[in-house]
Design a binder for this molecule. Sequence first.
Ligand SMILES: NC(=O)c1ccc[n+]([C@@H]2O[C@H](COP(=O)([O-])OP(=O)(O)OC[C@H]3O[C@@H](n4cnc5c(N)ncnc54)[C@H](OP(=O)(O)O)[C@@H]3O)[C@@H](O)[C@H]2O)c1
Length: 194
Amino acid sequence: MRKLSYFIAASIDGFIGDPDGDAEFFTQYVDEEFFGFLTSEYPETLPTHGRQPLGIDELENKRFDTIIQGRASYDLALGIGVTSPYAHLRQYVASHTLKESPDPAVEIVSGDVAAKVRELKAEEGELGIYLCGGSRLAGELRDEVDELVIKTYPLILGSGLPMFTSPFRLDRFTLGSVRTFGNGVTVRTYGRER
Ligand SMILES: NC(=O)c1ccc[n+]([C@@H]2O[C@H](COP(=O)([O-])OP(=O)(O)OC[C@H]3O[C@@H](n4cnc5c(N)ncnc54)[C@H](OP(=O)(O)O)[C@@H]3O)[C@@H](O)[C@H]2O)c1
């Protein structure tokens, strides 16, 4: 069974963006050491338009071969004229309003998105599915998340976009690994207790 992994940047107090959804400020922490970690451990999480100028677009996918994101997250790419932001992955965008995909490489999921994820998980293959965000889609897919990979940046936001927009409930996870970086960033992985 393939895993759905929520790989996400967050503040210390657990927000993935400011109250308007902006998350650009996290990128100030991508220094040489942290960039080295991302390119060696999670190269496929870097978008195509970020990989190409750095000459790293040929890096092999290590953990994921598929990505799913919410329409609002995909809008960030569309806003800069990019219709296929993760060309090295199979791309799905959840949306009820996008009637037609802006790009042949991107499939719109308008029906039962959790059922679609279960279908993808049931496929054969070594690599998993990258849940990119945002908060609303993660809330919808909360039950399907098997792994969390949380990049925590040394910032407090006070309010903003939560990691999951969903009702209160206790879901238990087991800590897998912790990596710390010189700039104060940590990356923790957790597996869901089933
Ligand atoms: N910190 C990070 O690592 C990170 C990563 C990704 C994104 N973000 C931030 O997250 C923000 C966006 O998050 P968000 O929570 O506002 O939105 P989102 O989850 O990206 O997108 C929400 C949209 O997804 C679609 N959707 C969600 N559930 C659906 C379902 N069950 N079936 C069909 N469509 C569904 C709907 O699109 P329609 O309205 O078209 O129906 C909904 O309006 C971005 O601004 C970005 O900055 C942060």
